[in-house]
Design a protein around this ligand. Structure first.
Ligand SMILES: NC(=O)C1=CN([C@@H]2O[C@H](COP(=O)(O)OP(=O)(O)OC[C@H]3O[C@@H](n4cnc5c(N)ncnc54)[C@H](OP(=O)(O)O)[C@@H]3O)[C@@H](O)[C@H]2O)C=CC1
Ligand SMILES: O=C(O)C1=N[C@H](C(=O)O)C[C@H](O)C1
Length: 269
């Protein structure tokens, strides 16, 4: 009998953490090793498996980041500060990989995170669904082919609880469009618009954010000319799509050599 892949979950009592614990319980060959959360969480000491309405042996929620070392792989859907703390806690501990879906990291936080994860497998993505990663490839192609006179904007909508904007996925899609146009996103992005904005500069890649209710994740990229508009879009119907993608990513990441990867590497896109 082969050993199970042990997985620690960071943000375990959050919306995504619970979905991941549920996905783990439905996947052969993997086992929840530790469930980590915030020191101020009201769920500390509770059984994370029961909280996720999943099947399996109890794993108590802890705020001791050292417990993450019990996993071969860590799946992280939490907050930027927590991602940095756990990466520091598992340095040189034998943990093989981090699968990180946490969005909203600043450029500085991303740089520190990447440095701290050197020596590990880091699979990081703003979106673990197959559809969004396919969309990313399509956006890059369309942006490459439709250039002068074609304006690109990324529109996203998420639930009322989301704390970062634009979403990680929107930024991924913006980055794909910029790549298609052979420019750095940072040099052409307009993250939001208000007031006397002036006319739109050629080459700008704009973003617009909607928040409300229980929307899981809606993204669309419009590419508009004076005479027509192409819209490429994706809708997520249930967070389990991200959770299942992250569990598949954990299984894949455990077999890779140290380095940085994203979902396109795993999916061969
Ligand atoms: N890449 C992808 O495919 C997806 C990414 N996401 C991203 O995942 C992240 C989590 O989303 P979601 O589950 O909806 O958010 P939630 O707020 O429901 O969950 C976040 C969890 O992380 C915990 N947490 C927050 N800060 C800390 C900290 N400093 N130390 C330890 N734990 C902490 C929270 O605890 P507490 O509640 O007590 O603060 C909570 O358990 C977001 O960045 C979101 O954008 C979401 C879906 C898909
Ligand atoms: O916070 C969320 O819920 C989501 N966050 C990710 C993002 O920022 O793109 C992915 C997904 O759309 C859901």
């Amino acid at each position: 009998m082969t050993d199970h892949l042990k997985v620690s979950v960071l943000g375990a009592d959050g919306r995504m953490g619970r979905a991941v614990i549920s996905a783990l319980s439905e996947t052969a060959g993997v086992k929840l090793a530790a469930a980590l959360t915030h020191s101020e969480s009201a769920d500390l000491g509770k059984d994370s498996v029961a909280l996720a309405d999943a099947k399996g042996e109890p794993v108590v929620l802890t705020d001791d980041m050292m417990e993450a070392r019990k996993g071969d792989v860590i799946i992280d859907f939490s907050a930027p500060k927590a991602s940095l703390t756990v990466a520091e806690a598992i340095k040189n501990s034998g943990v093989k990989a981090i699968v990180s879906g946490t969005t909203g990291m600043s450029a500085d936080q991303t740089e520190v995170f990447h440095k701290t994860c050197a020596g590990l497998v880091l699979l990081q993505s703003g979106n673990f669904s197959l559809g969004v990663n396919m969309l990313e490839a399509l956006v890059e192609l369309a942006a490459n082919k439709l250039r002068e006179g074609w304006d690109i904007d990324v529109l996203e909508m998420h639930h009322r609880h989301k704390v970062d904007a634009p979403s990680g996925t929107a930024l991924m899609l913006g980055r794909a469009a910029a790549k298609g146009r052979n420019v750095e996103l940072e040099s052409v992005q307009k993250l939001s618009r208000e007031g006397q904005t002036g006319a739109r500069p050629e080459g700008e890649i704009g973003f617009a954010t909607l928040r409300g209710g229980g929307v899981i994740g809606e993204h669309s990229v419009t590419i508009a000319s004076e005479l027509e508009m192409l819209t490429l879009s994706h809708s997520a119907f249930d967070r389990s799509v991200f959770a299942k993608g992250a569990v598949s990513a954990a299984i894949w990441a455990a077999k890779q050599a140290p380095g940085r990867y994203d979902m396109k590497d795993m999916l061969g896109l």
